[in-house]
Design a protein around this ligand. Structure first.
Ligand code: THU
Length: 135
């Protein structure tokens, strides 16, 4: 499937987001090292601080099924331009990314999408290498 097809598939998932507070649905599809797909939507809570982001729901679901690294992650929302993922999700994407990971940002409102690698998504990110420096 093309990037556009995957964004369309992710857009269809937006209706599953549980967003009674923000009314801002987000969905993500992750493809792992073996080509397996995992989906996630954001799930909010009356205690606002407990809101769960779509990207992290997709990634943690994948880890449960043997995701070791992300080949491609598609993220979409009802935004006018391709969605901008939050900083926390960028950091979690970094944890499971390689130099070949593709991050594809889409929207239900435009066919335009942005394709980027990890360094563009989150430059100078905190990583295992940072932890190893003090050993
Ligand atoms: N949200 C995500 O799911 N992913 C992001 O990258 C940005 C924000 C969710 C959290 C909350 O449910 C809603 O969007 C508004 O912030």
């Amino acid at each position: 499937m093309s990037h556009t097809d995957y964004i369309k598939k992710a857009n269809k998932l937006l209706c599953r987001a549980y967003v009674p507070y923000s009314k801002f649905p987000v969905s993500a599809i992750v493809i792992d090292q073996d080509g397996n797909e995992y989906e996630g939507v954001n799930v909010e809570n009356a205690a606002y601080g407990l809101c769960l982001c779509a990207e992290r729901n997709a990634i943690t679901s994948g880890v449960t099924k043997n995701l070791k690294s992300i080949r491609t992650i598609y993220i979409t929302g009802n935004t006018n331009e391709p969605i901008s993922p939050c900083g926390s999700c960028r950091q979690v994407i970094a944890e499971f990314s390689t130099k070949d990971t593709k991050v594809i940002l889409g929207s239900s409102k435009t066919d335009e999408y942005k394709e980027m690698d990890l360094e563009t998504l989150i430059p100078y990110y905190f990583s295992k290498n940072s932890l190893d420096e003090i050993k």
